[in-house]
Every structure is written in structure tokens, then in C-alpha cells.
Design a protein around this ligand. Structure first.
Ligand code: APR
Length: 227
């Protein structure tokens, strides 16, 4: 089976009702990144950070996978699929995708602020001040914040380097290192970008744009790959 690697971003979950970050009305319009998604924010105001992610978690729990997530899962019948997602929701898994790398962490995990190896599942939507790890330190969301290392980046780059087909769905490709993955994919393999607003990237051989929303763009791609 050929290997298909898909890099996804907030845009794939937009039709499930989850706000993207940089579109008009997006999350970074209503919130200051520096106040909620950096280690400095955590030092300054843990409650604000926890509330921000509690709200994200609540919304993600209410959301359902859309046709875009579903078609990505269906591709598993035809390809060996790995999804590298920048999203912290679990909609790919709920649509049935088996092989998902969460580059920026997960809303549904907490981790110890004393020992990063202590990671726990979050049941429900709340992580609160006073919730502690087994060693007695405050739990934080297991999310990769701006300014932090991306622990799964090496694995993601390796998987990408072996791809036969590379797909990008719903990301503005402005946040690194994730945005650089497209350059790790072998030169010349078919690459498809699905996004209603085509991101500004250096042209490459065999790079195709499908300027549609995730659900209809995935239908278009599915037909193309089948034919
Ligand atoms: N279908 C497909 N793409 C869409 C849709 C849709 N229905 N709606 C919007 N988009 C596209 C936008 O055109 C844009 O290119 O999704 C992209 C969303 O971009 P961002 O908001 O920048 O989200 P993303 O690229 O995932 O952000 C990367 O930034 O803030 C951080 O850690 C956060 O993981 C996130 C990272």
C-alpha cells in the first residue's frame, strides 16, 4: 500500500463548529496568544490559561467529526495513512483514523508541571487550579505552547520523508516547525493543499491546490485519488 501523510490544521474542524485561530472571528482575535498559550502566561495566570483550555475542551466535546475527517479515515482502506495534526481536538480519532500524531498535544490530556513524563487522561471538560499529579504538583494542559519544543516533530518529519502522497488540509502554514513539513516530503511526489484560502507557499513540482472547504475538498481529492 502507498503511504499517504496528511498534515491537518484548525480548518478541518471548522465545519464541526470549532473556531480556527487566524480567520476573522478566530480564537486569536478574541484572545491574546501571550496571555493563554505561552509558558509565561502559565507563570502569570494559571486560572486564565486553564479556563481558556476548559472552554476549548467543552466545545470539542460538543463537536462531531465532519465529512472531511470521515473521508480522511476512509482513505485508510486504500492507503497506509498517517495524520499529523496541529489540532488538539480528537475529531480525527472519533472519525476512525488510527494513526494520528498530535504535534501540538491534546486537549484531553493533562501533565505534571514537575515531571513531564506524568501524563493523565482528562475526563470531562475541566482541569482546575488545585488538580495535582501524583507527586503533588499542579497539572497543566498537555498542549505545546508557543516557545516550547515540539516533542513529536522528529517523528513527524521522518514519517513525512517516507510519504508517497502528501496532503495539507486547513492550515495557514504559518506556525513552525509544523509548516516546514511540506518541505520534508520527497520532492516530486503528489502534494495536495485543501483550503478555501490558498496559503502562500513557494511553488513546487506536482503541488496541487484544491481551493475548497475541507469536506467538499476531501470529496474532490477522494475522486481524484480513486481515478
Ligand atoms: N475547510 C478547510 N480549511 C479551512 C476552513 C474549512 N472549512 N475554514 C478555514 N480554513 C482554513 C483557513 O483558510 C486557514 O488557512 O484553515 C486555516 C486555519 O489557519 P489557522 O487559524 O492559522 O490554524 P492552524 O494553521 O491550524 O494554526 C496552527 O497555530 O495558534 C496555533 O497552536 C495553534 O495549532 C495551531 C497553530
Amino acid at each position: 500500500m502507498k503511504k499517504l501523510v496528511a498534515l491537518t490544521g484548525a480548518g478541518i474542524s471548522a465545519e464541526s463548529g470549532l473556531a480556527t485561530f487566524r480567520d476573522s472571528g478566530g480564537l486569536w482575535e478574541g484572545h491574546n496568544v501571550e496571555d493563554v498559550a505561552t509558558p509565561q502566561a502559565w507563570q502569570k495566570n494559571q486560572k486564565l490559561v486553564l479556563d481558556f483550555y476548559n472552554e476549548r475542551r467543552k466545545k470539542a466535546l460538543e463537536a462531531k467529526p465532519n465529512r472531511g475527517h470521515e473521508l480522511l479515515a476512509e482513505l485508510q482502506h486504500h492507503f497506509e495513512v498517517t495524520i499529523i495534526t496541529q489540532n488538539v481536538d480528537d475529531l480525527h480519532e472519533r472519525a476512525g483514523s488510527k494513526n494520528v500524531i498530535h504535534l501540538h498535544g491534546s486537549l484531553f490530556e493533562s501533565r505534571s508541571t514537575l515531571d513531564p513524563a506524568l501524563v493523565y487522561k482528562i475526563n470531562g471538560w475541566q482541569l482546575n487550579p488545585g488538580d495535582k499529579c501524583e507527586r503533588g504538583s499542579q497539572l497543566r494542559p498537555n498542549i505545546v505552547w508557543f516557545g516550547e519544543m515540539v516533542p513529536l516533530m522528529e517523528q513527524a518529519a521522518y514519517v513525512t520523508s517516507l510519504a508517497d502522497i502528501f496532503l495539507v488540509v486547513g492550515t495557514s502554514l504559518v506556525v513552525y516547525p509544523a509548516a516546514g513539513l511540506i518541505h520534508e516530503a520527497p520532492r516530486g511526489i503528489p502534494k495536495y493543499i485543501i483550503d478555501p484560502k490558498v496559503p502562500d507557499i513557494v511553488p513546487q513540482p506536482n503541488l496541487h491546490f484544491i481551493a475548497e472547504k475541507a469536506s467538499s475538498g476531501m470529496e474532490t481529492l477522494f475522486r481524484k485519488l480513486k481515478s
